[in-house]
Design a protein around this ligand. Structure first.
Ligand code: GLC
Length: 542
């Protein structure tokens, strides 16, 4: 008799729930008002108890903080404000000891303008190897006073800044798709490719499990940097055939990194931050031999509407299956308005006041929907507490470069980066030691959202997340790649996983009877086991 070989377990990243740590706002161990590596180490028991499989930690590298740490001066160190390399090593080891994987940010499209490569480029003459690492060009017009092309920056204004040459004359221009303090690297230069090979190896050697590829579609630009002609640049619909985004040659970089990661033991992975035009373009980043997974921005941007969600789920599953990549799902991150607030705007319009009770109800249902879908999921710190966007930060405290670059018209992303409330009745709510002032002020009414409060409050959002994550691990039906839609009333999503699991999400304005769907395992609202009120969800066993 022959026995079938036991199939190897699927790599962890195909189904992992990854918790995004925005380090500066997670936990402050030393009282300077800024979250740090030791603060995170101290809270690992919380994360293990919550039941997440992995952490993605936003950039902790030395940075002048022109863009929240995405302006990196040294890719192989930790900013002294946040910790030390030794503390980072300890964090990685301690997370692993608790069964939690660690993913770091790889910021490779640009460096800080204070990176030694860029200061060397500024000191070197036009055409020199040092300038070749970036995109330096002469300006247009007789005195070169107009930028080399019409590209605009993601944060507003032109994507070019003119430098002063070492001899004091007005000189060349350099490209920055983001802030002027973030000059874009030239990935056609072998020195850049080789330099980043070393960065990737540096962290894989230290035992990390994965890297998140920041601004992945931006790395490679069309040869000759042609005009864009597409109007103001940063909108996904205009990114097909754009000379600065999602250019086909960018994939060579990923194939190169994949080869490096495949040389390491264990399941090391890359996750792409790639906002591109639709799931088919996204799937190209995940072809065999390229990156492993990608954030699903189409899902993050989908409105709270049954049809839109179902279409996004179906198009995602189809596109990912075609390249044998797992789907992923995400509701919030450090660049987006928190989803309690987004879902609380009745028509979804950006400036509309949010109904936070409505937004919270929907956010809790959305968590059960997301965590029931096949593939991986990304949680953003604080969503397990139901934190809303902080929309009234005083203007003089705003730090996102968008605020200044937009002529103080767009407030930017600080409102989703406010430090977490851990305990107590007033700021800093245990984020920092008492008496310290967090780098962004917390709303005074966050006491009931704090971890310690929710931990002891039946029905709290924290306990809902914990229950959902525990069940997700325990139910084998949730571990496969399958999803089968079942019939539901209009605006009610009903789907099955495995042989017995069913998820019902009520996006209609009417209550929905649960009879016939099975026995409830978990619901997003406490009140009832017999019917689902509007904007709630249930997990059931059939
Ligand atoms: C990514 C990051 C964002 C940053 C940008 C430039 O989109 O998520 O925070 O501003 O890249 O690095």
């Amino acid at each position: 008799m022959t026995t079938e070989p036991t199939p190897a377990p699927a790599p962890w990243w195909r189904t992992a729930v990854t918790y995004q740590v925005y380090l500066r706002s997670f936990a402050d161990s030393n009282g300077d008002g800024i979250g740090d590596v030791d603060g995170l180490r101290g809270r690992l028991p919380y994360l293990a108890d919550l039941g997440v499989d992995a952490l993605w930690i936003t950039p902790w590298y030395p940075s002048p903080m022109a863009d929240g740490g995405y302006d990196v001066v040294d890719h192989r160190d930790v900013d002294p404000v946040l910790g030390t390399l030794a503390q980072a090593d300890a964090l990685i080891a301690e997370a692993h000891a608790r069964g939690i994987r660690v993913v770091l940010d790889l910021v490779a499209n640009h460096t800080s303008d204070r990176h030694p490569w860029f200061t060397a480029a500024l000191a070197a003459p036009p055409g020199s190897p040092a300038r070749r690492r970036y995109h330096f060009r002469d300006g247009r017009g007789p005195g070169g006073e107009a930028p080399p092309n019409d590209w605009t920056s993601a944060f507003g204004g032109p994507a070019w800044t003119r430098v002063e040459e070492p001899d004091g004359t007005h000189g060349q221009w350099y490209l920055h798709l983001f802030a002027p303090q973030q000059p874009d690297l030239n990935w056609d230069d072998p020195a850049v490719r080789e330099g980043f090979d070393d960065v990737v190896r540096f962290w894989l050697d230290r035992g990390i499990d994965g890297l998140r590829v920041d601004a992945a579609p931006a790395l490679v630009k069309a040869p000759g940097l042609p005009e864009f002609d597409g109007g103001p640049a940063f909108a996904p619909a205009t990114w097909t055939d754009s000379p600065h985004w999602d250019v086909d040659d960018v994939h060579e970089v990923f194939r190169r990194w994949r080869k490096i990661a495949d040389g390491y033991p264990g399941d090391r992975m890359f996750v792409a931050e790639a906002v591109v035009n639709g799931p088919e373009r996204l799937a190209r980043y995940l072809r065999p031999g390229e990156l492993h997974t990608a954030f699903n921005f189409d899902y993050l941007h989908a409105p709270w509407q049954a049809r839109a969600l179902r279409e996004t789920i179906d198009s995602t599953l189809g596109a990912m299956a075609a390249v044998d990549a797992p789907a992923t799902w995400v509701l919030s991150n450090h660049d987006e308005t928190r989803h309690v607030t987004r879902f609380g705007r009745p028509t979804g319009a950006r400036r509309e006041p949010a109904d936070l009770a409505l937004g919270t109800r929907r956010a809790r249902a959305a968590a059960l929907l997301m965590l029931a879908l096949p593939g991986g999921a990304y949680l953003y710190q604080g969503e397990e507490l139901g934190l809303p966007e902080v929309e009234d930060l005083p203007e003089h405290l705003l730090q996102d470069p968008t605020w200044e670059r937009s002529g103080r018209t767009v407030r930017g992303r600080d409102g989703c980066r406010v430090p977490l409330p851990w305990a107590g009745s007033r700021p800093p709510f245990g984020f920092s030691p008492d008496g310290a002032r967090p780098w962004l002020p917390q709303p005074r009414d966050w006491a009931s959202l704090a971890v310690e409060h929710q931990r002891h409050t039946p029905g709290s959002t924290l306990l809902l997340y914990r229950a959902a994550l525990t069940l997700r691990r325990a139910l084998p039906d949730l571990h496969g790649p399958d999803l089968a839609w079942a019939d539901g009333a209009p605006d009610v999503l009903v789907f099955d996983r495995g042989s017995r699991f069913r998820c019902v999400v009520n996006l209609s304005g009417e209550p929905v009877p649960l009879r016939g769907h099975g026995t409830p395992l978990l619901t997003s609202c406490q009140q009832t086991r017999h019917e689902l009120p509007p904007d709630t969800a249930a997990w059931l066993t059939r």
